[in-house]
Design a protein around this ligand. Structure first.
Ligand SMILES: [Zn+2]
Length: 227
């Protein structure tokens, strides 16, 4: 099982934070379970929401059902969180002093609805200072490939829109998310932006734009384990 490991950036030996590559379609439960078990985690302890490109964030508890939710926060050790991804960005949050972790599924709809800001508000409500929050913006369809129409473009600041021929524009989704993180008061040094474009990197990633409705999904997950 191949994945990109961000645990080192967060610099906490108890934290696992990663996104898989496209070895398997992780939208299928058995593939997902095999992946989670390969990391020596309990499949029942990694919670996935029912993603709908909403701007809703939930804090996970014993419940297993998170309808219309595109971001989860865990304040509990050994209770992990995950999302499924194909072009949207996975955003990872970690409270360096609290061990809280958060994972967000943000495409253009999520960014337009400021889902990352919503998650950060919850993080701060939970007692995390912005200066103590670290974040990773994972691979997504990038500004080279993320073509959008004028109707979508109206949700975003012109500085994150690149003009293309005709009426099309390209969206710099990662920079939109980066600005949400900066506006919430995070330090530059505490933000890592993955450079990969899921559309360009055909060998590594699934891409909904490239492959259409049959595209598989990567898994992005976080868990803080007690030693
Ligand atoms: Zn690209």
């Amino acid at each position: 099982m191949n994945f990109i490991d961000y645990s080192g950036f967060f610099n906490s030996p108890e934290l696992t934070a990663l996104i898989s590559l496209r070895d398997k379609n992780y939208a299928r439960k058995n593939n997902r379970d095999n992946f989670i078990e390969s990391l020596k985690c309990d499949t029942r302890k990694i919670i996935f929401p029912h993603q709908t490109h909403s701007s809703n964030i939930s804090i996970v508890d014993k419940s297993n059902s998170y309808p219309e939710t595109d971001g989860l926060i865990s304040t509990t050790k050994n209770l992990g969180i995950g999302i499924l991804i194909a072009d949207c960005s996975p955003v990872f949050l970690f409270g360096a002093n609290s061990d809280h972790c958060g994972i967000i599924h943000s495409g253009w709809k999520g960014a337009a609805g400021q889902i990352t800001t919503n998650a950060l508000k919850k993080f701060i409500d939970l007692g995390n200072k912005p200066s103590e929050i670290k974040a990773v913006i994972g691979p997504s369809i990038d500004k080279c490939c993320f073509e959008i129409g004028r109707d979508v473009a109206q949700h975003f600041s012109s500085k994150n829109l690149l003009s293309k021929k005709g009426s099309k524009l390209n969206l710099d989704l990662k920079n939109e998310i980066y600005e949400e993180l900066m506006n919430a008061g995070l330090s530059k040094k505490n933000i890592y932006r993955d450079g990969y474009c899921t559309f360009c990197e055909e060998e590594k990633f699934f891409s909904y734009r490239r492959e259409g409705a049959l595209a598989g999904r990567m898994i992005a997950m976080m868990i803080v384990k007690s030693r």
